[in-house]
Design a protein around this ligand. Structure first.
Ligand SMILES: [Zn+2]
Length: 184
């Protein structure tokens, strides 16, 4: 019977450095922390070699999660802009997208607003003909910002996230998925 190790063991598999802990768990678990370090927990009787294989099989996924964590920490280090700066920025971006939606909007530009939001990047209020962008979006990659602008505009065509909605997004941004993946 394997002995429980209270201190995580540092191991490397598939080019991934990770901390291995044995716990009273049923399955092997892997987690990439906010700081990019990797924690793996395995059942008491599972061998370290099985953990290595488990990690190696998920190396690509771990690397992606680590890249995301790196981007996130860089973005968090950047201060948020003031509201006027962000509003001018998103209004200019919105003005470029607007012509494609001028018809459905009856030739009237939507009102653009900015406020601090941590749970979403944008909100479209169709009845008010208004889009609100998260101040935090300003620090995201520009390619992803454009995706959010197009996404919110497409809600003037489709109020939900139905396949028809995504088809509208794809018409303007065929690479919308790659752009969305840039968002933290
Ligand atoms: Zn949406």
């Amino acid at each position: 019977m394997a002995k429980q190790q209270p201190v995580p063991q540092l191991r490397t598999a598939g080019g991934i450095r990770y901390e291995l802990t044995r716990k009273r768990v049923k399955n092997l678990n892997i987690r990439v922390r906010e700081d990019g370090t990797v924690a793996v927990s395995i059942p008491l009787r599972t061998s370290a070699e099985a953990a290595d294989r488990f990690v190696a099989a998920r190396a690509a996924w771990v690397q992606q999660a680590q890249a995301r964590a790196r981007r996130r920490s860089l973005q968090d280090a950047r201060p948020l802009p003031d509201k006027e700066t962000a509003l001018a920025h998103f209004t200019a971006m919105s003005d470029k997208v607007y012509p494609a939606f001028a018809g459905v909007l009856g030739g009237q530009k939507p009102t653009i607003k900015v406020r601090s939001m941590t749970s979403r990047w944008g909100v479209c209020h169709m009845a008010k003909r208004q889009i609100t962008f998260a101040l935090q979006l300003y620090n995201q990659p520009e390619a992803a910002q454009i995706y959010v602008v197009v996404h919110e505009y497409c809600h003037f065509l489709q109020p939900n996230h139905s396949p028809a909605f995504w088809a509208e997004v794809a018409k303007l941004l065929p690479d919308w998925k790659a752009r969305r993946n840039l968002l933290k």
